[in-house]
Design a binder for this molecule. Structure first.
Ligand SMILES: *Cc1c(COP(=O)(O)O)cnc(C)c1O
Length: 345
């Protein structure tokens, strides 16, 4: 029986069209600005996000760090959610590499930060304090159930920032999932942000890469930061070629992943021994399950794997399942059969 792998949308393999585009890509040295395929991807990405310019980077982590370091100097402070990917899963690179101080405020269950919490966290001019420079939002919000942040909310935070001379960065690793779920353009979600990063290598199925978008001036600075982090790549058109296919061919199908995630959540909802909350809260491609205190996540994940489905332990008693390219409705139903086998033998 084949394993149905729901650990992450990062496990997606490049499509045949990507393999072909990679094999045939026109290449040059991108550090000299001479890779036509990278340029084409960056222009396409900037246009999709409604920004002046874009920069291909090795990963989402690098994209976020490049942006943070472009907005903040050493000792500056950024405000971000206590469940944000940058705070949780990027090794504290903000501080370790960027010298940036993190001020967390609570993420609400829908992935937002309360405007009042943001305002209270902004520092006044005082010799004791670091200087607040940046507000970071995450869209969709991974740890908050893949929830999308709406254009209205983003504009509200951007207004707070603009009134106080702060910048806004959006970690938009799954921004196309957010745009799909909200039925808006990615540019509308990017408009309130000074910078946005998104992943090519998750639901869009490219093998490598993320893109950072912003003003021409911002991207010029970000290009320097990428170089100092060792992210200046040479014939990177070979990965950009897959990225172009990702943007041109893989965005329109994301709604299928969302339908499959809802199907999964609805099926799990009826299973005793785990809790998925309200399946109506599943807006994109991520489903979290809370297990009873007697069920450790790693052991449960191992049992599920023996039954044919792989999920990710995401806490002592929490599992994560992500739908993606290659996972069909039938796979979801088979996954549910495996869950029932383990939880309702
Ligand atoms: C995956 C992810 C990243 C980091 O991307 P990598 O390519 O794995 O470094 C950043 N932010 C969010 C919200 C993510 O889901």
């Amino acid at each position: 029986m084949p394993l149905i792998d729901l650990r992450s949308d990062t496990i997606t393999l490049p499509t045949p069209a990507m393999r072909k585009a990679m094999a045939e890509a026109e290449l040059g040295d991108d550090v000299f600005g001479e890779d036509p395929t990278v340029r084409k991807l960056e222009e396409l990405a900037a246009r999709r996000m409604g920004k002046e310019a874009a920069l291909l980077v090795a990963s989402g982590t690098m994209g976020n760090l490049v942006c943070q370091m472009s907005h903040c100097g050493r000792g500056d402070e950024m405000i971000l959610g206590d469940k944000s990917h940058i705070f949780y899963f990027e090794q504290g690179g903000s501080a370790a590499v960027g010298g940036i101080h993190s001020r967390t405020v609570p993420n609400q269950p829908d992935g937002t930060l309360l405007p009042d919490d943001i305002v209270s966290a902004i520092r006044t001019d005082d010799v004791h304090f670091p200087r607040t420079r940046l507000i970071v939002l995450e869209n969709t919000h991974n740890l908050c159930g893949g929830s999308p942040l709406s254009p209205d909310y983003l504009r509200q935070v951007a207004t707070i920032a603009a009134e106080r001379g702060l910048r806004v960065h959006v970690d938009g690793a799954r921004i196309f999932n957010a745009a799909t779920a909200l039925n808006v353009s990615p540019a509308e979600l990017a408009a309130p942000a000074d910078s946005i990063s998104f992943c090519l290598s998750k639901g869009l199925a490219a093998p490598v890469g993320s893109v950072v978008c912003g003003s021409t001036e911002f991207i010029a600075g970000a290009r320097r930061m990428r170089k100092v982090l060792g992210g200046g790549m040479r014939q990177s058109g070979i990965i950009a070629a897959a990225g172009i296919v990702a943007l041109e061919q893989m965005v329109e199908r994301l709604f299928e992943d969302h339908e499959n995630a809802r199907r999964l959540a609805k099926g799990l909802w009826g299973i005793k021994g785990l809790s998925v909350g309200d399946p109506g809260n599943v807006k994109t491609n991520i489903v979290y399950m809370e297990l009873g205190a007697e069920l450790p996540a790693p052991e449960t994940a191992r049992k599920l794997e023996e039954a044919g489905v792989r999920v990710l332990p995401a806490g002592p008693h929490r599992l994560r399942a992500v739908t993606h390219y290659g996972i069909t409705k039938e796979d979801v139903d088979m996954a549910l059969t495996a869950f029932r086998k383990i939880f309702q033998p």
